[in-house]
Design a protein around this ligand. Structure first.
Ligand code: BMA
Length: 367
């Protein structure tokens, strides 16, 4: 190839590889847009490792500044920090896990300051009964909060409170901290009032679209990327049955816990994450294993024998394991220092076949 042709070709490829679709919020802040572009790019370097509530508490401690069960096992903080907003909708100042929202704000902003990525889940109470998110007895909760529904005004108030939280996430230099927001998750299951048995596909889509539209267009929240995260699913049709559409979603996720009595994690994980990879390509979205874990980690080689094989080569931007509760000794999904799976976690963290990225290994995700 002559030199001129080569330069034209190189410029063309650079332009192409730089073309990522715009996020669901075209007015997303520059840092949020940069994070979105980098979610695509990071998958070529490795899978970011995430842990829910990592900076707040661990297996046998809580609120000790700087501590992290993950760091105590592998020497580095997670690349992705998960946080939970359940309870915020009621105006409470502590979450359903008894965590002060002010602490979440402070530590989430600190994680951003160190270059990490933040994601937020939300287990809002049942709008009809006032019981928890797990109250899925009726099939009218979702329709009751849609426009025209008896609880619609209440739902707007919930979103007002969420919007207040999101716009209040300010870094030291005043930048609004970008967040991967993952509402109404696991909806291919029926564990929550917005689940498959509790509402129709059209109601679910309307709920999603209203939420995005209200936060973005009415409340002017522009630091969010929206993550769609079904539970276990049968096939691509099942995955997309309640999908609100490409213009409403930024990241395609999957929540799938290893429950040996219910399904085979290796073959099921392979199937679901391969389909997710294909869907990511078809829809032009980055993908993530948004929640997973084996409760209590009874398999001491779970990290390299189970998790690593299913995430290997799937093009995921991140994988997040659920929280290590400080007040329930067997409710943990992440590693902790002294647990029998710790050496295997270190191997997982250092493996070279499928790089797993921690906080200090991240490139600048926000520019
Ligand atoms: C669940 C459990 C609960 C917790 C909820 C929200 O999966 O860990 O104990 O309240 O997540 O964090």
């Amino acid at each position: 190839m002559n030199k001129l042709l080569f330069i034209v070709f190189a410029a063309f490829s650079a332009a192409c590889s730089d073309t990522t679709p715009p996020p669901a919020d075209p007015q997303a802040t520059p840092e949020t847009q940069a994070l979105y572009r980098n979610l695509f790019r990071i998958a070529d370097e490795g899978v970011m490792f995430g842990h829910q509530d990592d900076a707040l508490y661990g297996h046998d401690w809580k609120y000790e500044e700087g501590r992290s069960d993950v760091r105590e096992c592998c020497g580095d903080y997670p690349a992705v920090f998960g946080w939970e907003l359940g309870g915020l909708e009621t105006g409470a100042d502590r979450s359903i896990d008894d965590v002060p929202f002010a602490e979440i704000t402070r530590l989430l902003c600190a994680a951003y300051g160190r270059g990490a990525v933040n994601t937020v889940s939300w287990h809002p109470q049942n709008p009809e009964s006032g019981a928890s998110a797990w109250d899925g007895k009726t099939s009218t909760a979702v329709s009751s909060i849609l426009p025209g529904g008896a609880n619609h005004a209440q739902f707007r108030l919930w979103l007002d409170r969420l919007a207040g939280f999101f716009v209040g996430l300010k870094s030291a230099d005043g930048t609004c901290v970008p967040v991967l927001f993952r509402p109404f998750h696991e909806h291919t299951g029926s564990g929550f009032w917005w689940g498959e048995a509790q509402c129709t596909p059209d109601e679910y889509k309307a709920l999603w679209r209203f939420t995005v539209e209200y936060l973005r267009d009415v409340k002017g929240v522009h630091n969010l990327l929206y993550v769609y995260s079904p539970d276990l699913y049968r096939d691509a049709e099942h995955y997309t049955e309640r999908y609100p559409g490409d213009e409403w979603v930024d990241v395609l996720g999957l929540d799938a816990y290893h429950r040996p009595q219910d399904w085979d994690f290796l073959s099921g994980g392979e199937r679901m994450l391969s389909t997710l990879q294909r869907l990511g390509h078809e829809h032009g979205k980055p993908t993530a294993f948004t929640e997973t874990g084996l409760e209590g980690i009874p398999d001491t080689a779970w990290w390299t024998r189970r998790l690593l094989p299913v995430i290997r080569g799937k093009g995921l931007s991140y994988v997040l394991v659920w929280r290590n509760a400080h007040d329930r000794p067997t409710h943990f999904f992440g590693p902790w220092h002294g647990h029998a799976s710790e050496p295997d976690f270190r191997k997982f963290a250092a493996n070279r076949e499928q790089p797993v990225l921690f906080e200090s290994q991240l490139p600048d995700m926000y520019h």
